[in-house]
Write a protein that binds this ligand. Sequence first.
Ligand SMILES: Nc1ncnc2c1ncn2[C@@H]1O[C@H](COP(=O)(O)OP(=O)(O)OP(=O)(O)O)[C@@H](O)[C@H]1O
Length: 207
Amino acid sequence: MIRNNFVKSIKQIIKNFHSTKITTNNFNNNDNKRLELTLAIIKPHICNDPSCLQEIRSIIVKNKFLLIKSAQIHLTRVQAELFYEEHRGKFFYERLVTLMTSGELSVHILAKINAIQEWRKLMGPTKVFKTRLEQPNTIRGIFGLTDTRNATHGSDSTETAHREIELFFPKFSIQNWFEYEEFEWRTKNDFILDKKQWIHRMKNEKC
Ligand SMILES: Nc1ncnc2c1ncn2[C@@H]1O[C@H](COP(=O)(O)OP(=O)(O)OP(=O)(O)O)[C@@H](O)[C@H]1O
């Protein structure tokens, strides 16, 4: 019941979000801090439910993250094992790998000032049952089902973010993005959200 109410209120927030045009003022800060990149993953049990998937993507946009790249990816077992290598041997490792290979993932490179910390804050803590009580308005508080099926993933440091971005988007050059694009994303006037691809485009960018 409580969970249903949260889902309803999130739906309402999203309904109010009609405009796809946003201005960089939303992304600027006063001390000209650079944007940061992080990797966000929406896990398979959410991707299997189109309305939940749509809601989480809309929450990302609503919270003023820039969607730089997005892809639907089905991991092989080898890829999932590599991704979660640090957890090998833990009691939840097998079920985690099974979950992450059970269907498509929605994978996104997000940009924002303090993107890593901001995305983790929006997701909420790993443990779903505690999170539902203590931080019910976070993504995991609303959409998490169990500690493993906790809806989303987010990189936990710059080093991890860059490693994970390279793993999922091998053609994307982080170095080039910071050298040639970061300034424009941070300072140019407006972007358009392409809701088919779930990426932001600079206004004059060709599709
Ligand atoms: N105690 C646990 N029980 C079940 N699953 C767990 C547990 N701890 C972690 N996991 C699963 O392993 C994933 C990676 O765990 P980690 O400790 O890196 O958490 P996290 O940094 O909050 O999550 P993520 O890396 O996915 O953003 C978690 O997102 C969750 O799916």
